[in-house]
Design a protein around this ligand. Structure first.
Ligand code: G3H
Ligand code: ZN
Length: 277
């Protein structure tokens, strides 16, 4: 069933557990991730990013397929727009039935980020859609690694109060698109932010964080944990293995099916890991 972000997010935060949020670029990803949630009996956030929209040329086809899978799931599924820079795309997501959006104004100057986020929150809340925002750009997109940016606890608190967001992404040492799981998070900073910010916190760039770091981040106060690159690596490794093993293979189902199974198993393992206390 499709649910608003605030339901599983609030439950996870109250219980001191993490909530897995995984990116959907292709239909097989959505199938794998819903399967993983059903295997574990845990909620999941399915995220479609503005980057994925750029890849496909539009939001609706992938979003509607993902929404259908979420609606049919036996466990709670959040349909989330990830890293939206475009306010128009946020409006389109509302019309398509997304239950939450991330408005990413982290590259805007502070005053513009606050003012735009506030407007996005007002529009989304009118439609029952939750909003995540980001304070302190979490670098590393396009292969560049972390610029070492950190979010200050008092800034995070003020930003959440000023904008009325439902969840806040903060920069605490992770970096997007890492293929090695070697990131070390500033856990004291996570706890300090958690102590003063009234809404659940979101960890982006979690692919670079090893298993024990993810568990420690949740214990320190992170709730929504975004993982994309790592699951893409698992999927691609299986495709690569099968194509290398059989150069005659041409039926796409013969390698996408096993790749989907591998992603499902790893996503289920991660959902279970994040739900530990
Ligand atoms: O918003 C999505 C995430 O932050 C994913 O980052 O690909 O480094 O896991 P990642
Ligand atoms: Zn991110």
């Amino acid at each position: 069933m499709l649910v608003p972000l605030r339901e599983p997010l609030g439950q996870a935060r109250d219980a001191g557990r993490g909530l897995g949020a995984f990116n959907v670029v292709h239909l097989e990803h959505a199938e794998a991730l819903v399967g993983a949630a059903e295997d574990t009996g845990l909620p999941v956030v399915l995220q479609v990013s503005e980057n994925a929209v750029r890849f496909h040329g539009s939001l609706a086809p992938l979003a509607l397929a993902t929404r259908t899978l979420g609606e049919r799931a036996s466990v709670p599924v959040v349909l989330h727009l990830d890293h939206a820079v475009s306010v128009e795309l946020v409006h389109e997501a509302i019309d398509l039935g997304f239950t939450s959006v991330m408005f990413d104004g982290s590259r805007l100057d502070d005053a513009t980020n606050r003012a735009t986020t506030r407007k996005v929150v007002a529009r989304c809340h009118d439609h029952g859609v939750d909003v995540e925002a980001e304070l302190g750009e979490i670098g590393g997109k396009d292969g560049v690694h972390a610029p070492g940016v950190r979010t200050r606890p008092d800034d995070a608190r003020q930003f959440a109060l000023d904008t009325g967001v439902d969840a806040l992404a903060v920069a605490v040492g992770s970096s997007h698109a890492m293929t090695e799981r070697t990131a070390a998070l500033d856990l004291e900073l996570v706890a300090a932010i958690r102590d003063v910010v009234p809404v659940p916190l979101v960890l982006h760039g979690s692919s670079g964080v090893p298993d024990d770091g993810l568990v420690a981040a949740v214990r320190a106060g992170m709730t929504k944990v975004n993982i994309a690159t790592h699951l893409g690596s698992v999927f691609t490794a299986e495709v690569r293995r099968l194509l290398a093993a059989d150069p005659e293979l041409v039926d796409t189902r013969k390698y996408l099916g096993p790749a989907r199974d591998s992603m499902r198993a790893e996503a289920a393992r991660l959902l279970g890991l994040l739900a530990l206390r």
